[in-house]
Design a protein around this ligand. Structure first.
Ligand code: SPD
Length: 337
């Protein structure tokens, strides 16, 4: 009884103790499962900075919070196509010249506008592709087309991402169009196709589908390559492909919101993430490609950058400005059925 009361009193003290903790802090808002488990504890040990990590599953989720005026985040990980809008809205801090001693570790091929339209505001982190993961033990013919999502043989055992650009981008590619199309007729067709596929889907779910495909509850899923690789590490029956009609390639970046309360700590974290050994360890765990050139050399099995032939079928997403609203409108209608 006494122990319970003491424990209760201690629990009651926790908020007060946290408020009195004078250690410097850092608040990171990033994609789920996107760092090695040692990354944050090692950084905390080395620097004495206390780190809190919140996660999101889509750019839209992160943006909604940011545009709603979320305060307190020091680091976010937007996919690079969002940078022009974020910079224009004044939501990102310009990285001071010379603040990152390890910035030179980023391979120059990732500091080009398609991969990083704002190198002054964001640092490339990991890149990947969007494609189809499937279970070999459940699906007889390896799917090589976005058309698999229309196949009623797998109705109820398939998922697509909970993401407007990804789902509509896949449907656009299916018809031979760009993932960045703003053509009303092409988008109208993409909407019709997305609605037809919807009838066969168990859910719209992004990275968290991993557990379901590993468990065998999902047989075919639109997934990012790294999350599919993580799933395949747990269940060797899982395979991944980029459909023959093509798909997207993307770069996630690390950036500092303009209202970040802990800028010094944020810069320190960015520079730490840019160390080759840290970047390599993160990439080894996440299954994505790292933008860090010396980090790539430390990996025994780095994700190979797509060949010239593969790149003819892959497009970087672009910021579509005002037209983005059209995607969100269609997406709302698709999800509503
Ligand atoms: N689990 C981490 C997934 C990161 C995916 N980011 C890619 C976004 C492309 N739309």
């Amino acid at each position: 009884m006494r122990a319970t009361a003491a424990a209760g009193a201690a629990v009651g003290l926790l908020p007060w103790m946290a408020a009195c903790d004078r250690r410097p802090r850092l608040n990171v808002y990033m994609w789920s499962d996107y760092m090695a488990p040692e990354t944050v504890p090692d950084f905390e040990r080395e620097t004495g900075i206390r780190v809190t990590v919140d996660t999101y599953e889509s750019n839209a989720e992160m943006l909604a919070r940011l545009f709603a005026g979320a305060q307190g985040y020091d680091i976010i990980l937007p996919t690079s196509y969002l940078l022009p809008s974020l910079v224009e809205a004044g939501l990102l801090l310009q990285i001071p010249d010379g603040a990152l001693a390890n910035l030179g570790n980023i391979a120059p091929m990732f500091q080009v506008p398609s991969a990083n339209p704002h190198p002054d505001f964001a640092v490339p982190y990991e890149w990947g592709t969007s494609g189809i993961a499937w279970r070999r033990d459940k699906v007889a013919i390896p799917p090589d087309s976005w058309g698999v999502f229309f196949d009623t043989a797998y109705a109820g055992s398939m998922t697509m991402m909970d993401d407007a650009r990804e789902v509509l981008g896949a449907m656009l590619r299916y018809r031979g169009h760009s993932v960045n199309s703003t053509d009303p007729a092409e988008l109208g067709q993409a909407k019709a196709d997305a609605l037809a596929a919807r009838a066969n889907l168990l859910a719209y779910i992004s990275a968290p589908v991993r557990g379901q495909i590993v468990a065998g509850d999902v047989w075919v899923a639109q997934m990012w390559n790294g999350d599919a690789a993580q799933a395949a590490a747990e269940s060797p029956e899982i395979a991944y492909t980029v459909p023959r009609e093509g798909s997207s390639i993307w770069m996630d970046t690390m950036a500092i919101p303009s209202n970040a309360p802990n800028v010094v700590e944020a810069l320190r974290f960015l520079d730490y993430m840019l160390r080759p050994e840290v970047a390599a360890r993160n990439a080894a765990v996440t299954g994505y490609g790292t933008a860090n050139a010396p980090g790539t050399l430390l990996l025994s099995d780095p994700v190979p950058y797509p060949s010239a032939e593969e790149l003819t079928r892959l497009e970087f997403y672009r910021d579509l400005g005002e037209e983005t609203q059209r995607y969100y409108q269609i997406w709302t209608e698709v999800k509503a059925g």
